[in-house]
Design a protein around this ligand. Sequence first.
Ligand code: ATP
Ligand code: ATP
Ligand code: MG
Ligand code: MG
Lengths: 249, 249
Amino acid sequence: MGEIIAIVNQKGGTGKTTTSVNLSSALARQGKDVVVIDFDPQANLTYAFGIEENEGTIADVLREQNSLSDVLLEREGARVAPGDIALADVEVSLINEIGREFFLSEAIKGLNGYDYLIIDCPPSLSLLAINALVAADYSIVPMQMEVMSLQGLNQIRNTIERINRSYKLDIYIKGILAVMVDRRRNLDSEIEDFIQNNYEIPLFSSKIRTNVRASEAPSFGQSVISYAPRSNSAIDYMEFARELMNNEP
Amino acid sequence: MGEIIAIVNQKGGTGKTTTSVNLSSALARQGKDVVVIDFDPQANLTYAFGIEENEGTIADVLREQNSLSDVLLEREGARVAPGDIALADVEVSLINEIGREFFLSEAIKGLNGYDYLIIDCPPSLSLLAINALVAADYSIVPMQMEVMSLQGLNQIRNTIERINRSYKLDIYIKGILAVMVDRRRNLDSEIEDFIQNNYEIPLFSSKIRTNVRASEAPSFGQSVISYAPRSNSAIDYMEFARELMNNEP
Ligand SMILES: Nc1ncnc2c1ncn2[C@@H]1O[C@H](COP(=O)(O)OP(=O)(O)OP(=O)(O)O)[C@@H](O)[C@H]1O
Ligand SMILES: Nc1ncnc2c1ncn2[C@@H]1O[C@H](COP(=O)(O)OP(=O)(O)OP(=O)(O)O)[C@@H](O)[C@H]1O
Ligand SMILES: [Mg+2]
Ligand SMILES: [Mg+2]
């Protein structure tokens, strides 16, 4: 069976969706069978892949009205489970259910034959993010090298420890992916050093450089890899996919 | 009584905290009596004002262990109600309470003598953000001029309409504040035009330019206005405070 990866960071705007879109596309280009789930009620990943809202979504799957394979749509070689705002209502309705943390992992159990299954999470550590972590083998934390992002790192780590203790699981953070890196800013390398010296969570050696093409690509319904393949961020995401496939951080 | 303002946008990383910190500091410098509440479990605003975690917080106020005035600390002329991660647990415990949407507005009722009360919200439209909207006279939506941010605008507007209908309130969006504006990028002005032509929500005439000083200031526990008063973002936030005081857009 393949690897299930939760792209998590409750700090907002840290490139979770951009990483989910581009990592999926990059892994699919390298011949891997990839499934990606939009697990954020904002449905940014669904928009970024140019998917209209009228298809079946992951909210229908959690409500057990569809199976996961029913709602998958092919985009750039990957199979995408669209999200929608209804996920927010589903989250509230799950709160009093027994086994509320396991709805996503149950839905994924019915799916076969993928190498990577990627879950784009909302900017919170609420029940949706917990469902994603419980379903995942490991998580990747995209992070801007800025002090406000550092504060959240302890919260993610504590949340994962609490989940592992409560449900006897073994989820871990495979690595921190530095995103929107700007070599001209000293701040970035200071924070990278701080993380390496103070946290036992590894930093991936690939770093994603900031590039205006990355913020333009979603309006064309494409990954930056397909929209501007020679841009810095496209090159960096292809390199990151290779690093993940070779299983280093 | 003063104006209660919710700084809201469920899209992550759109400058809610940076705007809350700097608007509070700028209004206080113009002689106004300002209270600002960190209503995000990430507690970024608390960190950005250099506040250690050991004081009483807004989570204690919601649990009715302290009054709001008990927990206020003075920073840059404004009175700050610190937040902490316990807010996430309080949110879950409120879900089954009667009147769960009104806990914050009840807590604010006991406070007197402010000109502006600013609430920094988490990146979601969950119960905490709904409490902030219900307590507020109006909301300000900081937004990057990027397509992924546009998608959330309908969701915020729909949420406010649902709240007004359910609780017979009259909350409105006073304006969208364009943040991290980069004049070199064509995308920014295209999105601004799109908003002006397609939404009846006004854009403030002040815009906050992107500036590395803004992302450095939090590590010094200061607003960018006090850390780098001549930087573009400091100047822009002072101008925005004046615009708000003169009650345009
Ligand atoms: N490498 C990059 N270079 C330039 N801009 C980027 C890059 N990566 C992401 N961005 C921009 O930064 C913003 C935030 O990215 P994104 O929406 O992927 O973050 P997120 O963590 O998914 O946000 P949310 O917390 O709302 O889910 C977007 O507008 C995106 O276009
Ligand atoms: N004018 C600006 N120029 C440059 N960087 C900025 C500016 N405003 C905000 N930033 C940076 O952008 C990042 C996001 O800002 P901020 O944390 O205020 O957003 P937020 O909406 O509060 O995020 P969250 O959704 O996590 O609450 C921060 O690292 C901040 O330093
Ligand atoms: Mg996202
Ligand atoms: Mg914030």
